[in-house]
Design a protein around this ligand. Structure first.
Ligand SMILES: Cc1cc2nc3c(=O)[nH]c(=O)nc-3n(C[C@H](O)[C@H](O)[C@H](O)COP(=O)(O)O)c2cc1C
Length: 237
């Protein structure tokens, strides 16, 4: 049964249905989203998970420095990455949709852009959507553009989770580029002193789990997600 609270349709039961849908190229977004999902399930919510599958498949890491540069250029031009059809369950309506994906050249990733082009209105219209962004550090344009696309599809976007890699610049950018190109910068002479780890830290994973708990509590109490502080020093160091 649905009742209207503050002009929106709210499922009054404590247990909510949540769709977690998204894409992860090098495993960083999926690591964060896994923590959020576990916390939501622990709180008793029903979670449906859908992974976007590029077709043809994308391989991480890329095969060379040149292939990595080509990927940076095509993603800067917002060239879409074709994806396979979604499972029919994705279109059954949810209390919350969590949309996870990385930043690619200041934009949402190609699979997410394809998803919104092809299924945006059918999937997101009338739904509450919480984006989860994983990036090395430059996320503002991505967040702005993504929220705009989601709202145009008919979604309500009450908040947004962003995690950036905790390394310092310029090592973060150099390290991410080399990692995507299939190198191991954390073992290179000199570089290894400044770049010890690719991607998000264990503390950030724990922070994602804490966010999941807060989301679960807000949903159970029929509270808006807008009031949750996701902009913390651990998420955005
Ligand atoms: C083609 C490409 C372009 C990227 N561009 C950006 C960017 O503009 N800003 C940024 O902060 N990170 C950028 N990144 C880094 C990723 O957003 C970051 O490594 C993220 O954690 C990857 O998440 P994933 O493993 O879920 O794919 C880029 C990565 C790739 C592969």
């Amino acid at each position: 049964m649905m009742v209207a609270v503050n002009d929106t349709q709210v499922n009054p039961t404590k247990t909510k249905r949540i769709l977690i849908i998204g894409y992860s190229f090098s495993g960083q977004t999926s690591g964060l989203v896994r923590q959020i999902m576990a916390a939501l399930q622990q709180a008793g919510h029903e979670v449906v998970k859908e992974r976007l599958t590029p077709d043809p498949a994308l391989k991480f890491p890329t095969s060379s420095i040149w292939a990595c540069l080509a990927m940076m250029l095509t993603t800067f031009l917002r060239i879409r990455t074709p994806i396979q059809a979604l499972s029919p369950v994705c279109f059954t309506g949810f209390d919350l949709i969590i949309l996870g994906g990385p930043t690619w050249s200041y934009n949402p990733s190609g699979p997410i852009l394809s998803l919104i082009d092809r299924d945006g209105k059918r999937l997101f219209a009338g739904q509450t959507v919480l984006p989860v962004i994983s990036c090395r550090g430059y996320w503002r344009m991505h967040r702005w553009g993504l929220v705009r696309l989601l709202v145009r599809s008919g979604a309500t976007v009450p908040n947004c989770i962003v995690f950036s890699h905790p390394n310092r610049e310029p090592w973060r950018t150099i390290g991410v580029f080399l990692k995507i190109a299939g190198k191991t910068p954390e073992r290179w002479p000199i570089l290894h002193r400044h770049y010890t780890h690719f991607g998000h830290s264990r503390d950030q994973q724990d922070e994602a789990a804490r966010f999941g708990t807060l989301i679960g509590q807000a949903l159970s109490r029929n509270q808006s997600l807008a009031g949750i502080e996701f902009h913390t020093p651990l998420a955005l160091p």
